[in-house]
Design a protein around this ligand. Structure first.
Ligand code: UN1
Length: 515
């Protein structure tokens, strides 16, 4: 297993199509560590649009044979992946931390999600049930079967560089599809470690292909591949802007992609809430992963009667939260890379005079000139940012409606539950949400009123379990759900069959006996 540690010289990473590494190396890109920005983890040879579509062609050629492999045997391969991921959990976790700066604790949790996903699907090959259905005619039997779609193009983001890809790749393979995976190029190193786990599990060549390329090249290659009928399903996790472009492209080919996009996830703290628990939940949901989860907390919508207490608890907890070197015991590490840092800085410009910044001395990057007490490590070695609690956000503020992907929590107040639900839905995203309450009626009223695909009661907006349906509505996605058995509908289509053994032509709707 490749280990891209600072002790080794940087790896040379290439796309692998049909089991063969792409030899051309004309577009090198350095893959660096965001908490030790001088450290080059790998040199990545970027592929182009032609490579992407050629990977789709290879995957197409391998698909029928893979689909003919009995599903329980495909499940065994998934089981091998589970075992290999378990055996290499620490190496994978460290690769994630080095590559994107996620804390080691969170990285281990993320790798556990890969393992959990494989564990769930290892036996699912024995349960890819169809139905036997009664016919309206005698001596005739109806059946349904789940069939694979063909080739799945999976394009994933770098904030969950191993768990989210596994949510697509594992069920796609299990159900008899072949895969072209384009990981985010900036998380190339840990993507490689995951790819190695997959490739050692017994997948035939061409069944899983990895293509390192930039987004626009992948988009162009995908478009070509769709034109040529080489892709049957697109799975995409990333921004709402790119997601809608992919949606348009797939729509032109009468395909429905599985889109997991951004979020502006609300947390409602009611008058009967355990406010201490809510403040703890807000700290983790808002600042965990430096706010770079699609399920990160956006705005805390707090009942006016508990507002002061919530603010003071959250401010206190934030002030004492450790930030810094992600290999140490900290709440969060750096931004994923310079691009994420710059984009986040742009969002900070939205903070206006009517906002009160709480719990922090500064809002931008942590530097010796703008220090943070208790910072762990060397602030100048990475893209570290102050946690920000922004009081008094209003629905008309951009920071209320737009995803920031940084360590920032907006806070606002409400009086009536209907108002809290309305504020929760206002940004038009609909991924995750949380309500803190001790009243079951409030919990269920919130559940039915909120537009999010996922609702937590007295828990974080982030941290979905690996076997529950994951996905959003509105600006967060097109309603597709990953994980658990729900994802099977993303990678299979139903085929119906009828078998008439009456020996005569029985005409449906015409020959049915009237009682
Ligand atoms: C994402 O940020 O793209 O719920 C996915 C969570 C994770 C998944 C987040 N298990 O926080």
């Amino acid at each position: 297993m490749t280990e891209t540690t600072s002790a080794q010289s940087p790896a040379d990473l290439r796309s692998v199509i049909g089991g063969v590494p792409l030899q051309r190396a004309d577009r090198p890109m350095a893959n660096t560590n965001p908490s030790l920005t001088e450290e080059v983890l790998a040199h990545v040879s970027l592929a182009d649009r032609g490579d992407f579509s050629s990977a789709c062609r290879t995957a197409k050629q391998a698909q029928q044979e893979w689909a003919r492999t009995p599903a329980p045997i495909r499940g065994q391969v998934i089981g091998n992946i589970a075992d290999l991921a378990t055996a290499n959990k620490e190496a994978l976790s460290r690769a994630v931390t080095r590559d994107i700066g996620k804390t080691l604790t969170e990285a281990r949790g993320e790798v556990q999600e890969v393992i959990d996903t494989c564990e769930f699907f290892r036996s699912e090959g024995r349960r890819l049930y169809g139905h036997t259905v009664p016919s309206e005619m005698p001596d005739k039997q109806l059946f349904t079967f789940r069939d694979p779609l063909g080739v799945a193009a999976v394009i994933t983001a770098g904030n969950f560089p191993v768990a989210v890809p596994s949510w697509y790749i594992v069920p796609a393979l299990l159900t008899g599809n072949t895969v072209v995976w384009k990981p985010a190029e900036y998380s190339a190193s840990c993507a490689w470690v995951l790819y190695e786990v997959f490739s050692r599990a017994g997948l035939p060549p061409g069944v899983l292909n990895i293509v390192y390329c930039e987004g626009e090249e992948a988009f162009a290659g995908l478009s070509d591949a769709l034109d040529e009928g080489l892709v049957d399903k697109v799975g995409f996790t990333g921004s709402t802007t790119v997601g809608s472009r992919i949606g348009e492209l797939c729509g032109r080919h009468l395909q429905t992609p599985c889109l997991e996009l951004g979020g502006k996830n609300p947390m409602v703290v009611t008058e009967d809430a355990d406010v201490e628990l809510a403040a703890e939940g807000a700290l983790f949901s808002g600042f965990g992963t430096a706010g770079q989860r699609c399920t990160s907390l956006g705005t805390a919508i707090v009942h006016e009667s508990v507002y002061e207490r919530f603010i003071s608890l959250l401010t206190e907890a934030t002030a004492s939260a450790a930030v810094g070197d992600p290999t140490r015991d900290v709440l969060y590490g750096p931004m994923i890379n310079e691009r994420f840092a710059e984009r986040y800085e742009g969002f900070l410009n939205w903070i206006s005079d009517h906002h009160r910044v709480l719990g922090s001395t500064a809002t931008g990057r942590i530097t010796p000139a703008r220090p943070r007490e208790g910072f762990v490590g060397d602030p100048e070695s990475g893209f570290f940012y102050h946690p920000v609690i922004l009081d008094g956000v209003r629905p008309s503020d951009k920071v209320f409606t737009e995803e920031t992907f940084g360590p920032i929590i907006g806070v606002t107040t409400y009086r009536h539950l209907e108002e809290a639900i309305e504020l929760s839905n206002l940004p038009g995203y609909g991924l995750s949400s949380a309500v803190y309450t001790t009243d079951p009626r409030t919990a269920f009223t919130f559940r039915s009123g909120v537009g999010a695909g996922m609702v937590s009661v007295n828990n974080s907006t982030s941290g979905a379990e690996a076997h529950m349906p994951f996905g959003g509505n509105g600006r967060s996605g097109n309603g597709g759900r990953l994980s658990g058995t729900w994802v099977l509908d993303q990678f299979t289509r139903w085929r119906s069959m009828n078998w008439d053994y009456s020996g005569k032509l029985q005409k449906a709707q015409m020959d049915v006996a009237q009682i």
